[in-house]
Write a protein that binds this ligand. Structure first.
Ligand code: ZN
Length: 83
């Protein structure tokens, strides 16, 4: 039973790291997720230390904020301004 709970926690952490990595535009999000599920105690703290900063961009056209490595507004197609 403890093993099942431990595995569930590792899976949740892996899913969170995957989401976080994609949001931050990391090219190796899946690798980080697999590493976290397999070796939670090593990869989770490591990711929190070396993860890239959250990129926030603003569209001058529709004044919407975007996170991640997008350079053009998906809504109106204007070039985004990095904040
Ligand atoms: Zn826009």
């Amino acid at each position: 039973m403890q093993l099942v709970i431990g595995f569930a926690i590792a899976l949740l952490a892996g899913a969170w790291v995957y989401n976080d990595a994609q949001k931050r535009g990391s090219a190796s999000a899946l690798g980080w997720a697999i590493g976290t599920v397999g070796l939670l105690i090593v990869f989770l703290p490591l990711w929190l230390i070396i993860r890239p900063p959250l990129v926030t961009s603003l569209c001058a056209g529709c004044e919407k904020y975007y996170h991640g490595g997008v350079s053009f507004c998906p809504n109106c197609g204007q070039r985004l301004v990095r904040l």
